[in-house]
Design a protein around this ligand. Structure first.
Ligand code: NAG
Ligand code: NAG
Ligand code: NAG
Ligand code: NAG
Length: 433
């Protein structure tokens, strides 16, 4: 069952890794006289430090789990946190949680592969015992009833890939738990949508992977520009055309939350050789062809002003930052896994996500750099969930996702996306005067 202690194998691997890195560093920094003896001695020392710190961690953890002092205290939702940096914080273990606090595995909207409780993932409930604690304030679980009441006659659209659906499901289940009169419908091209009748509050999910319209492309045989450059097959992406699934969403919803990211670094779908992304603007190919990350910038440069122009007066526009994946030992199609039973520590997070390590999940922070640049000066507010989520390697469906490969990309529901919604609601409460 879900042990809360560090997995010794992983710890050992990380320790070896640290040693390898330290050795490399030494070789790098010192002159040729830095012999392997000195790096061996250094590693030995490092090992001792590691063992000592592990020991300290264990004892701290034991004390923590037993003492109530670590238990999360919830401040009233209306306490003034106006200057709090919600991004800057840590995960705190609350052993008093024994069952899902907001909704459970019976919520019908939960996609089967994400229902970790129903799928018997051993730490499915353990995941819910960790609470995000910003250093300067608290991020309390939002109150669903209070939310329904204060956002009467409001329509909220989630626009993006399956990770936005994951968040949408969490919000739906939280609200459905306290208000069961629900009309199911699909406003303006939505993949799914619901109105909480008593409150006339609508939430909808609009599925779109790239925000821009795209489809398969193949050479027509009449010698167009791409063909003459040797392209035969690929995907045509119109950087200036919103995908039909959400094009009407900005004029319909009062609050919008966008995301895009995973599909831009997805060589298994958009294979750079066999099925590359081919960008079109004004209906003609962008020549010379540009790589996906430059295509993302172009798409954002068109979609951001499109949404701003089409949005309803007083609409609140949000862009969510990239959700991290946690594949270790290979990518999703190379046997990568995420067998973690508690959140990562800071060093592990940096090892997995630091840009200079160029690891499997490199897209996480890269996407954010593109978003930050493209959204600067726009009327979008950024919902920054990346840093808090980078720690949560334990909160993916993993082998319980019911696929051939481990799912270290989506999140168990209930789970981490409940906290994303706490953050979202905290922002909404703050920004709606
Ligand atoms: C909030 O905290 C994060 C993480 O420490 C930091 O990167 C960011 O710059 C902070 N934001 C502000 C506005 O201070
Ligand atoms: C989970 O465990 C329950 C009870 O043991 C069992 O009935 C159910 O079939 C299991 N579900 C899966 C997906 O393995
Ligand atoms: C219900 O809410 C929508 C906004 O989502 C609003 O346009 C509409 O007027 C509301 N209906 C009633 C009956 O208040
Ligand atoms: C990063 O890693 C990928 C594959 O793992 C490799 O193709 C690429 O060249 C690397 N990039 C850099 C800058 O090292």
């Amino acid at each position: 069952m879900g042990s809360t202690f560090p997995d010794p194998i992983t710890e050992k691997r990380n320790h070896n890794l640290l040693c390898a890195m330290a050795t490399r560093e030494l070789h790098h920094n010192s002159k040729k006289s830095a012999t392997s003896t000195s790096s061996f001695a250094f590693c030995l020392l490092l090992s001792l430090i590691c063992i000592a710190s592990l020991f300290i961690c264990f004892s701290l953890f034991r004390n923590g789990a037993a003492s109530p002092s670590l238990t999360y205290t919830i401040l009233p939702e209306n306490s003034k946190n106006s200057n709090c940096n919600y991004t800057d914080g840590r995960w705190i273990y609350d052993p008093t949680v024994i069952s899902p606090p907001r909704y459970d595995q019976t919520c019908k909207e939960i996609f089967k592969g994400w229902n970790c409780i129903a799928n018997n993932k051993s730490n499915a409930v353990e995941i819910l015992k960790w609470r995000w604690k910003p250093y300067g304030c608290d991020l309390p679980p939002f109150g669903p009833l209070r939310f329904l009441e204060s956002f009467r006659d409001t329509s909220i659209g989630f626009v993006g890939d399956s990770l936005n659906r994951n968040m949408f499901v969490s919000l739906f289940c939280s609200l459905r738990q306290v208000s069961s009169e629900v009309k199911k419908w699909r406003p303006v091209g939505a993949d799914r949508g619901f109105t909480f009748i008593k409150y006339n509050l609508t939430i909808a999910y609009h599925r779109t992977n790239l925000l821009a319209r795209y489809g398969r492309w193949s050479a027509s045989g009449n010698g167009d520009m791409l063909e003459s450059l040797g392209y035969k097959e690929g995907y045509r992406i119109d950087v200036d055309l919103p995908e039909g699934t959400w094009a009407e969403a900005p004029s319909f919803h009062d609050i919008l939350l966008f995301n895009t990211g995973h599909w831009w670094w997805a060589p298994s779908k958009f294979d750079p050789v066999k099925s590359p992304m081919l960008f079109f603007k004004n209906g003609v190919p962008v020549i010379p062809p540009i790589p996906p990350d430059a295509g993302l910038d172009m798409v954002l440069a068109h979609m951001v002003p499109f949404v701003e122009e089409q949005a309803r007066p007083g609409a609140l526009l949000y862009f969510r930052t990239q959700s991290p994946r946690h594949f270790e030992g290979g990518d999703w199609d190379q046997g990568g896994s995420c067998s973690r039973w508690q959140p990562l520590v800071t060093q592990e997070v940096e090892y997995l996500f630091s840009l200079k390590n160029n690891g499997t999940n490199i897209e996480t922070r890269l996407v954010n750099e593109h978003l930050q640049r493209s959204l600067k000066g726009s009327s979008f507010k950024i919902l920054d969930i990346t840093h808090m989520s980078e720690f949560r390697a334990d909160a993916h469906p993993s082998t319980a996702g019911g696929k051939r490969h481990d799912d270290c990309m989506h999140w168990c529901v209930p789970g981490l996306t409940d906290t994303w919604n706490d953050l979202f609601v905290a922002h909404l409460n703050k920004n709606r005067v």
